[in-house]
Design a binder for this molecule. Structure first.
Ligand code: ATP
Ligand code: MG
Length: 263
């Protein structure tokens, strides 16, 4: 990477509560061609502010994973606008993109994507090593992060030696360890029981959210809606409605709640 590209990629992204963390307008994305062409995103409009926890909900296949992959710069959109802290991945070189993502985005994959030959602590250390931290310091910091997700006694376990819920917590620790400003989680509580799910959500809120950081969580898990500032409902490649989390919980509990906060 050139010195200029390094400077641009590492450029300060100072953000404050109320400022825009994610801006999407008219975002489209398809897979395949011809008769196998599928439109996963059909024109997504979404604004996420710094300091907000947004949950993305909707039926299987409606495009949630595709949307957060575009937002996180893992997939390229076909059309529309999408910026993260004011930066557009499609305007970055490959190396700039990797660096920006490495510094600013943490991603918890639906299938965890842990590296099978690395221990839990080593897996969590990977983002730090990518950013240039020495191996032993990175693994030590990885171990501290694992302690925060309740896995102090599993530091040296391989992913295959962990339960689904434990692997999920390793994946969450790996997404948080480098303190990115945007954390995107695809079903982070799907393999967790109610109590562990709540512990993880509280931790995500405490560790990952402050006035300049944002969390986006894809979930089917109504038990964690209470943690949301906003709930964005998706269907067939579009955002249909954005309501506030408190109103949604009240509605589900049969208490009314006054509807959405609008969008
Ligand atoms: N790599 C791919 N190739 C072809 N089609 C794909 C691919 N990935 C996703 N799709 C299709 O795009 C649409 C959106 O998929 P996506 O994975 O974004 O849905 P989702 O809302 O995350 O679903 P789930 O809740 O089941 O995880 C679906 O119709 C899916 O079949
Ligand atoms: Mg998905």
């Amino acid at each position: 990477m050139s010195a200029t590209a390094t400077m641009q990629a590492g450029m300060g992204t100072a953000t404050r509560r109320g400022e825009t963390a994610v801006h999407c307008k008219g975002v489209t994305k398809h897979y395949g061609e011809g008769t196998s062409k599928v439109w996963a995103l059909r024109g997504i409009d979404l604004e996420i502010g710094a300091g907000e926890l947004t949950m993305l909900v909707g039926p299987s296949g409606c495009g949630k994973t595709t949307l957060i992959s575009v937002v996180a710069g893992i997939l390229d959109r076909d059309d529309g606008e999408c910026t993260v802290f004011g930066r557009d991945f499609t305007r970055m070189s490959a190396s700039e993109k990797t660096r920006f993502r490495g510094e600013n985005v943490g991603f918890v994959f639906q299938q965890f994507n842990l590296l099978p030959t690395l221990t839990a602590a080593e897996n969590v250390a990977v983002p730090l090593m990518i950013l240039g931290k020495g191996r032993s310091a990175a693994v030590k910091q990885g171990a501290e992060m694992l302690e925060k997700v309740g896995l102090k006694d599993k530091l040296k376990s391989l992913p295959s030696q962990l339960s689904g819920g434990q692997q999920q917590r390793v994946a969450i620790a790996r997404a948080l360890v480098h303190e990115p400003k945007l954390i995107v989680c695809d079903e982070p509580t799907s393999a967790l029981d109610h109590d562990t799910g709540h512990v993880i959500m509280r931790m995500l809120k405490n560790v990952a959210l402050n006035e300049s950081r944002s969390l986006v969580i894809v979930t089917h898990d109504a038990r964690i809606f209470e943690f949301a500032d906003k709930i964005a409902k998706m269907d067939d490649g579009r955002i249909k409605e954005v309501s506030n989390g408190v109103a949604e919980v009240a509605r589900r509990n049969g208490g009314g709640g006054g509807g959405g906060a609008g969008h």
